[in-house]
Design a protein around this ligand. Structure first.
Ligand SMILES: [Fe+2]
Length: 187
């Protein structure tokens, strides 16, 4: 795998194992409208599967219990407990919002870009095997030539350059679990 690239950087072992487990457990407590959808796009009435995500914004208002959806992630060490390399790259940039993405077999995702935003992906599943699929595809700037297929790497972070085109590959029929990631977006 090509690691030196202007378009992406894979940072393995970005979170210690004890924290990975807590993050994983936290993700499993969230609500996902499996079989329905969390966000309705224009294609929703014509699609058999839909985009499933739990979105949390830093600045979102508190509920009547004084909580918002972002704090549980901060309490679990996101991003404070990420490895030094993360902090070297991101400095004191703050997460604007994050999205837990749940992906299952047979879904197909469009190549897309977050035009001016730096984004990072945290691979939350504790175990993953090559034959389970689920790579992240990074494209050349033409948006259709493959630059890299980054394997799903538990505990790793994937830095995606602002404007770099990418797409999610769904898990294969071999995968016994949903594919969870946390996408983090910065101001
Ligand atoms: Fe994306």
């Amino acid at each position: 795998m090509k690691l030196e690239s202007d378009l992406y950087k894979l940072i393995p072992n970005a979170l210690p194992m004890n924290l990975r487990i807590s993050v994983w457990q936290e993700l499993l407590t969230k609500d996902y409208n499996i079989g329905w959808e969390d966000i309705q796009g224009v294609e929703a009435p014509f699609s058999k599967s839909a985009y499933l995500a739990h979105v949390a914004r830093r600045e979102e208002p508190r509920d009547r219990f004084g909580k918002n959806r972002f704090e549980p992630f901060e309490e679990l060490g996101i991003p404070s407990e990420f490895c030094q390399e993360y902090h070297d790259i991101m400095g004191d940039k703050q997460i604007d919002y994050l999205a837990v993405n749940l992906v299952f077999q047979g879904q197909q995702f469009w190549p897309h870009t977050h035009r001016r935003q730096t984004s990072l992906v945290y691979y939350a599943n504790l175990e993953w095997h090559n034959k389970w699929g689920g790579e992240t595809i990074i494209y050349e700037d033409d948006g259709e030539t493959f630059h890299a297929a980054v394997p799903y790497t538990p505990g790793a972070l994937l830095w995606v350059a602002p404007g770099a085109t990418h797409a999610i590959r769904s898990p294969s029929v071999e995968a016994p679990m949903y594919r969870f990631t946390i996408g983090m977006f910065y101001d």
